[in-house]
Design a protein around this ligand. Structure first.
Ligand SMILES: [Zn+2]
Length: 307
């Protein structure tokens, strides 16, 4: 199918990209989300994956995904567990069941652990985000869906959760045994050591790279982006966050009244060009490989990309 799709685009001599992490429903885009999406299409972004962050935006990501020919994920983000109610996990479960045949629902996400925000590192929110993370991993297994992971200062704990839940699922025979201990999905905005990257890869996960790699000072991240096996990598913008260096406003510029640059999915092509240059390959080759990787991580994308 990829070949058929690339042929369809290839006839026009085009490269295409998948933005595997884009918050198109964010208030920064507001009513302009369709305009932003259309602009991304002119930059050859074929599909965006729109992760939810809380029950209140489940409808928004689903509707935007359907309107724009994109895909979406349902989940509760660690930064939203403080305001989430105890019944939200049940609501997530119910919606995963209700939309199980929706081909645009491709994952459970965005879920994970955040030990960067101080309040989330101490009781009671530390335990609460861990509870939500583990419960959502279990839901992903039960519904046979991949995961989109938010990992901030929490690589080892996120890995531990993945291993624990996989082991329990296998022991409880709740999953297709062929899946074993492996996972489908993406560790988004990856920023860890090479060893940590390898641990995610060993579990079957892909690593998401975006605007952060465009900064010359991000030496370790650029080293990873350069040397990791190509089959481990998917591309993302995390728009409206994570502006690439050409959109970034310094603290001084912001103090002078300039707003922080707003990232958008259309930036993916230029981010991809920087990534390709780091690796010494063409942008077209990077686009083709990372599209293939995105479909391996999120298998339902295949049917959406078929012409
Ligand atoms: Zn996100």
């Amino acid at each position: 199918m990829l070949r058929a799709f690339s042929r369809a685009w290839g006839e026009q001599g085009m490269t295409f990209w998948i933005d595997t992490h884009c918050h198109l429903d964010a208030s920064e885009f507001g009513p302009y989300a369709p305009v932003v999406r259309a602009r991304a299409a002119t930059k050859n972004v074929a599909i965006c994956v729109l992760p939810a962050v809380q029950v209140a935006n489940f409808d928004a990501v689903r509707q935007l995904a359907h309107a724009g020919g994109d895909s979406y994920a349902l989940g509760i983000h660690p930064l939203y567990v403080a305001q989430a109610s105890d019944t939200d996990l049940g609501e997530l479960d119910a919606q995963l069941r209700r939309y199980r045949d929706d081909p645009r629902l491709v994952a459970v996400g965005e879920i994970g652990l955040d030990y960067f925000v101080p309040e989330l590192c101490v009781s009671p929110l530390r335990e609460r985000q861990e509870l939500f993370y583990l419960a959502q991993l279990k839901l992903a297994r039960q519904h046979g869906l991949p995961v989109l992971l938010h990992v901030r200062r929490s690589v080892d704990q996120v890995l531990k959760g993945l291993r624990t839940v996989a082991r329990e699922a296998v022991a409880g025979a709740q999953v297709d045994p062929s899946q074993g201990n492996a996972w489908f999905g993406i560790a988004h905005a990856f920023n860890g050591s090479e060893q940590q990257a390898k641990a995610f890869m060993d579990l079957g996960l892909k690593l998401g790279f975006g605007g952060a790699l465009t900064y010359a000072r991000a030496a370790q991240l650029r080293r990873l982006a350069t040397h990791l096996p190509l089959q481990a990598i998917v591309m993302e913008t995390d728009a409206p966050d994570m502006p690439p260096h050409w959109l970034y406003k310094t603290a001084g510029q912001r103090a002078a009244g300039e707003p922080q640059g707003r990232n958008e999915p259309g930036e993916l092509a230029r981010i991809g060009e920087e990534m390709a240059a780091l690796r010494g390959i063409t942008a077209a080759d990077l686009a083709l490989a990372t599209t293939h990787n995105a479909m391996a991580a999120l298998p339902r994308l295949r049917s959406l990309l078929a012409p």
